[in-house]
Design a protein around this ligand. Structure first.
Ligand code: ADP
Ligand code: MG
Length: 702
């Protein structure tokens, strides 16, 4: 019996009355709807309140309205890209223009024999006349007249479907046909009773009925909440289960804190650790002596001092006769880690090596050989470390710096580098909004370095227009006179690479005229230089021989020159927020007051302006990342593309922070009581989790 029921939701959409083979094919290719179940989960994107029809006279600028009236005439105006279709609409109270720039041919077809129409869209006032651009337009036919329910569902549709008479509104006919056929047997409750009661959620089937045809505002709201919760909850169950299982993966047992660690700590530590740094080390120590694998995320703003924590953790591994490795996202960063770690370990008998894409073959072969024999203690490098030919003797700890540059899959690769998976510490300076952390990194334990090392002064950030450039140059000069150093960064992206390089070169020449070669040294670093050249120039700046570094974003991550006090970012509007924050983090590392100057032209888009303003107003990476998430929406955030999270149908990680927290709490509560979901009240949930993929295939990650 249950299998027959299950088939109901899996029935091909073609067999739904009113669909048929031709529409079925379109539904599949256009919207991915191939079964009854798919249609059930294809939700309206808005609801039309027909009882709330407006009149032209009542229009308010900028408001979405639904109007009913007649088309008196229409015409095409203009040519080429300016071509538009204008229709003249009228009701008893006045007239209005409807304008289309796209789909003109298609709209004309509707207009030809339409007189009475309904239009929906945003009214805007121009020269005391109202118009609506790209309104939704519908002929008034029998069904439009009759369906005067207060919340009539409108579905997302496409041109091709509209041509087959499946407009956003006609879609409602399909759901109206489908819904009465679905019984609680087809759609059993999947959430445990306890959660439904506690959170006062609608039953599953009610939620699905109500989201398509809501009785009232309140039911609609509850239906949406229930469905969002379910989406988030399924994800959180999977993530928390994974986390639970991970904490049970046998790991290397770091028995002791030994000589390497203690010697270094007593004699060579260049400064006192901050309390936060000490706390993180304690957490790492705890994790590595449980006999289980550590999976920890270290979040700390730019410049918070994660590197030293990483180094101390590697010493812990070495003390316990294990090898350790440190992965960095770029060659320059890997080189810098290598140089600074070698320097710090000068007094220790520890063998450190660097492996990147440009390591010479002979050197590489030697290095790989030593690594496999266990003669190397610490391997620092880039993605090159992930390659299968890189074989460790006994890898005990893997640290991944700037994790947001790596995918989750790459983290997984490191697991396989040792029979017993190594302890994993991932570090990120791109703080993650809470909701994202719960998904992208939800399977990790989290450590945070909140406070920056003592003595840091806040970085003053200002926005300057290009025409103030000479003032900016004067300012740079005064800083250079004080013995400080300055970064000037130019954007560089593939799509406009040629132009970007021209700007960079011009910028370099301009700076060189202000800072002539006989007195000053201006260095330039970019990706077109060969590595030796780039390295040479970079080193010149690191050593303080060059006062000014003109560069592309190759310096974005990790570079550490405490004497630099000014960061100038050219065409700042072209950078993303997290990139701007990373760049700004290159200064403010020494004792001097530091500045970040964001240069732009006059014309900056609205979002661009908002990004700049965010940088000027905020210094905390956490605030900036939250703003970033709000401005860009979740689809675009770091790390989400790779891991494929956040593909929710309804839930939105910007707006639904509260629901996400509830979902996580509920998931943890259930798993604490019944980790394998063996209790009777969890049977349906277990079944549901096994068939629903959720937004991510989390199991692949481990
Ligand atoms: P990030 O967290 O961005 O990787 P780094 O590890 O590069 O930051 O550290 C930034 C700077 O702060 C470095 O110059 C480092 O030597 C210094 N630093 C780190 N910890 C301390 C501390 N406890 N006291 C003083 N300076 C510190
Ligand atoms: Mg760093």
């Amino acid at each position: 019996m249950p299998s027959a029921r299950k088939e109901k939701l899996q029935s091909p959409i073609e067999y739904l009355k009113g669909v048929g083979p031709m529409r079925a094919q379109l539904l599949k290719s256009e919207l991915g709807i191939s079964s009854f179940g798919d249609l059930l989960e294809f939700y309206p994107f808005r609801y039309e309140d027909k009882s709330n029809l407006k009149k032209v006279k009542e229009l308010v600028d900028g408001e979405n309205v639904l109007l009913s009236g007649t088309i008196t005439d229409y015409e095409e105006i203009g040519v080429g890209r300016k071509k538009r279709l204008v229709a003249y609409f009228q009701d008893e109270t006045g007239t209005l223009e409807l304008v289309w720039f796209r789909s003109i041919t298609w709209i004309k077809k509707i207009l030809i024999n339409a007189q009475e129409v309904q239009v929906y869209g945003k009214a805007s006032l121009f020269n005391r006349r109202f118009s609506i651009t790209h309104p939704e337009l519908e002929k008034i036919g029998e069904e439009t007249k009759t369906n005067s329910v207060p919340h009539f569902p409108v579905y997302p549709s496409t041109e091709k479907l509209k041509a087959k008479n499946l407009s956003g509104k006609n879609f409602a006919k399909l759901s109206a046909t489908l819904l009465p056929q679905i019984t609680p047997f087809d759609l059993p409750e999947n959430l445990p009773d306890a959660i439904i009661k506690e959170l006062n959620l609608l039953p599953r089937i009610t939620a699905l009925q109500q989201i398509h045809f809501p009785e009232n505002e309140k039911m609609l709201h509850d239906a949406i909440e229930r469905i969002k919760f379910e989406e988030l909850f399924v994800d959180q169950m999977n993530i928390c289960k994974l986390k639970l299982n991970k904490s049970k993966v046998p790991g290397h047992y770091f028995e002791k804190v030994g000589e390497c660690f203690n010697d270094f700590y007593k004699n060579d530590l260049p400064f006192d650790l901050t309390d936060d740094q000490k706390q993180v080390l304690k957490e790492i120590r705890q994790d590595t002596k449980t006999g289980y694998q550590m999976n920890r995320l270290l979040q700390g703003d730019v410049g918070s001092g994660k590197t030293i924590v990483a180094l101390l953790a590697t010493l812990l591994a070495i003390d316990n006769n294990y090898q350790a490795c440190l992965l960095a996202p770029t060659e320059i960063l890997a080189q810098q880690h290598y140089a600074s770690i070698k320097k710090m370990l000068y007094a220790q008998d520890i063998k450190v090596a660097l492996l990147t894409g440009s390591t010479k073959t002979a050197e590489r072969n030697l290095l790989l050989d030593e690594l496999q024999k266990g003669e190397l203690d610490i391997l620092i490098g880039t993605h090159a470390i992930l390659e299968p030919r890189v074989i460790f003797n006994n890898l005990g700890l893997c640290i991944i710096d700037e994790q947001h540059r790596f995918g989750v899959a790459q983290r997984a690769k490191m697991w396989k580098k040792s029979k017993t998976p190594p302890h994993i510490l991932v570090m990120t300076a791109t703080p993650i909004p809470r909701t994202l952390a719960m998904t992208t990194y939800g399977d990790l334990e989290v450590s945070i370095i909140k406070k920056l090392p003592p003595g840091r002064k806040p970085i003053r950030t200002v926005h300057r227009m290009d025409h103030k450039r000479s003032e900016v140059m004067h300012f740079i000069k005064s800083e250079v006179e004080k013995g400080h150093q300055v970064y000037i960064v130019y954007p560089l992206i593939e799509e406009s690479e040629k132009l970007d390089y021209e700007n960079l070169e011009q910028g370099y020449e301009l700076v060189s005229t202000y800072f002539p070669g006989h007195t000053y040294n201006v260095a330039m670093v970019h990706g077109r230089q060969n590595l030796a050249q780039r390295e040479h120039n970079m080193q010149g700046f690191v050593k303080g021989e060059a006062q000014i570094l003109v560069a592309t974003t190759v310096i974005e991550v990790g570079v550490d020159v405490p004497n630099a006090s000014v960061m100038i970012i050219e065409s700042a509007e072209r950078f993303g927020l997290s990139q701007l924050h990373q760049l700004r983090g290159r200064v403010g590392r020494g004792a001097a007051a530091s500045y970040c100057i964001l240069m732009t032209g006059q014309k900056v888009s609205k979002v661009g302006k908002e990004r700049i303003q965010t940088m000027v107003n905020h210094s905390s990476g956490f605030e900036i990342s939250q703003k970033d998430l709000e401005l860009r929406g979740p689809g675009d955030m770091h790390g989400t593309k790779q891991s494929g999270v956040l593909q929710y149908k309804l839930a939105n990680i910007v707006e639904d922070v509260h629901l996400m927290s509830l979902a996580r709490e509920s998931a943890l509560k259930i798993l604490a009581l019944d980790p394998q979901l063996e209790q009777a009240e969890h049977t349906m949930l277990k079944k549901f989790l096994s068939i629903s993929k959720g937004s991510t295939n989390w199991l692949e990650i481990s």
